[in-house]
Write a protein that binds this ligand. Structure first.
Ligand code: G4P
Length: 281
């Protein structure tokens, strides 16, 4: 589900988002709860300015709940009225998302109904970078599995509205934003969370970044996973090498680096957030 982004693709994607936003009342911006800033394309603030704008911190089941709570407050403090943490994969709290969509459009609905319309249709679209869970949320909202076209930018096809709960309709094609590539640390975080292709970075670089972050911010979890008590006894690359041997991968540093990333994504190190509000205050 990953794509290579070039300036041409970004332009196409941007124009597509602009076109899509013309059609809707509500923009459901989806970010990865583990990296709510790093998985966010800042352009959306501007593009969605004239729309009701919801922020979904998806994959909350994978994120550190303490941090997720802080992120919800963070976005609220930025002036976002409609922010929700969600686990779309296990379908928790979709009802709350529906409620939020209704709240966000209540004023408009009221205005239209005052003019005599019975129950005006609310139109929404999910937008976000690849892999943040847009299609999953869409499917949850619609209540059955719908085929959603791949995430290549610039793909034109007939856009259909899918009926969701109540009088909500969702565009069948999510809007795809590109991830931020301008900052290496952001790149490592995106890679660690599987938001961008593993092949864009060397797995060992990402694994070393992750180990460093965990050493500082999730010491207990890292100790439990590695059974190494003194994590600072050696440099992080040396630690990765030691773990490679310890986990039975002999000298295959790169292979183990990838395994470590996969285990991280599968919660084997616990619920971890790589963007921390405290680091961004
Ligand atoms: P996209 O449209 O934004 O590109 O993302 P999509 O919905 O395809 O989801 C990407 C991956 O993230 C999928 O996993 C999906 O199951 C998973 N996912 C989506 N929402 C959540 C969530 O709230 N929690 C968790 N834990 N995962 C979520 P996949 O690797 O393609 O398949 P699988 O791992 O589900 O088998």
């Amino acid at each position: 589900a990953n794509i290579q982004w070039y300036p041409g693709h970004m332009n196409k994607a941007k124009n597509q988002i602009i076109d899509i936003l013309e059609l809707v009342d509500v923009v459901i911006e989806v970010v990865d709860a583990r990296i709510p800033l790093s998985s966010r394309n800042p352009l959306i603030e501007k593009l969605a300015q004239k729309k009701q704008h919801l922020i979904v911190l998806n994959k909350a089941d994978l994120a550190d709940p303490v941090e997720t709570k802080r992120w919800v407050t963070y976005f609220s403090n930025l002036g976002h009225e409609f922010v929700i943490a969600l686990d779309a994969k296990h379908n928790s709290q979709i009802e709350q998302l529906v409620t939020l969509i209704k709240q966000a459009t209540a004023a408009k609905t009221k205005k239209i109904m005052a003019k005599g319309a019975l129950s005006p249709t609310i139109r929404a679209v999910c937008v976000g970078i690849p892999n943040c869970g847009k299609s999953t949320i869409l499917n949850r909202l619609v209540g059955k599995n719908v085929a959603v076209v791949g995430d290549r930018p610039g793909v034109t096809k007939n856009q259909n509205w899918l009926k969701a709960k109540g009088n909500i309709q969702v565009l069948d094609t999510p809007g795809i934003l590109w991830p931020k590539f301008d900052d290496q640390e952001v790149g490592y975080k995106l890679a660690a969370c599987g938001a961008i292709k593993d092949s864009i970075f060397h797995a060992d670089d990402v694994a070393i970044y992750l180990l460093d972050f965990l050493k500082t911010n999730y010491t207990r979890q890292l100790r439990e996973f590695t059974r190494v008590t003194d994590l600072d006894a050696q440099s992080t690359p040396e630690l990765l090498l030691q773990l490679t041997k310890q986990f039975g991968y002999r000298d295959d540093y790169d292979r183990f680096a990838l395994i470590l990333l996969q285990r991280f994504r599968k919660l084997k190190l616990g619920r971890i957030s790589l963007d921390w509000v405290a680091h961004n205050d």
